[in-house]
Design a protein around this ligand. Structure first.
Ligand code: ZN
Length: 193
């Protein structure tokens, strides 16, 4: 029949504050009880396994590499195959590097132009030259507009002067007409209108 004390005995045995006296008692019982002995063997095995698992060091890459090499023993004599496997990763790294360096490859005038930095110096120069050209054009246009404006202003002035002269002439004539009228009226004796 199964031992009724097994659970209690084992709980005591694995408790942290197991006294030497109690330990001795349990060991004595276990030597006599097949049930408890079997359970204890089972649990100590598990406990040992658990301790070993806890004490296991962090993964070591050299071990993985050794395992890798052992499993691919046939390919050890051809190390270039291993190197070949790194090519996609190397290509990715290269692409990333080119991206980070903001490399620009420009095909211009039959020549391939590779430049680093953002953006290519030649491109900056080209844009600067274009900007300067546009500025010069704009200045020219502005000068043209200014000249045209000045011309129009002079025309306007001329028109105004002519208009003023015309007005002055007319006024003069008006005044003269009035004077003539007054003199005319005066001579006819009509006053105070
Ligand atoms: Zn027992």
């Amino acid at each position: 029949m199964p031992c009724s004390r097994t659970d209690h005995v084992l709980r005591e045995y694995f408790s942290d504050d197991l006294s030497p006296v109690l330990r001795a008692e349990i060991e004595e019982h276990v030597t006599a009880c097949a049930d408890c002995a079997a359970r204890l063997r089972e649990l100590t095995g598990a406990a040992r396994e658990l301790r070993r698992w806890e004490e296991m060091p962090a993964p070591r890459w050299d071990r993985h590499m050794a395992l890798f090499r052992r499993e691919r023993g046939a390919e050890r004599s051809r190390p270039w195959r291993l190197a070949w496997q790194w090519i996609p990763a190397a290509a990715c790294a290269l692409m990333l590097g080119l991206m980070l360096l903001n490399t620009s490859v420009v095909y211009q005038g039959g020549a391939l132009e590779i430049s680093f930095g953002s953006p290519g110096l030649t491109a900056v120069d080209q844009r600067l030259a274009e900007f300067n050209r546009l500025q010069a054009e704009e200045r020219e246009e502005f000068a043209d507009v200014l000249a045209r404006f000045e011309q129009l202003r002079m025309q306007d002035l001329e028109t105004m002067r002519a208009g003023y002269e015309l007005l002055a002439d007319r006024d003069y004539e008006t005044v003269r007409s009035l004077q003539q009228l007054v003199s005319l009226v005066g001579s006819t004796g009509v006053t105070g209108w």
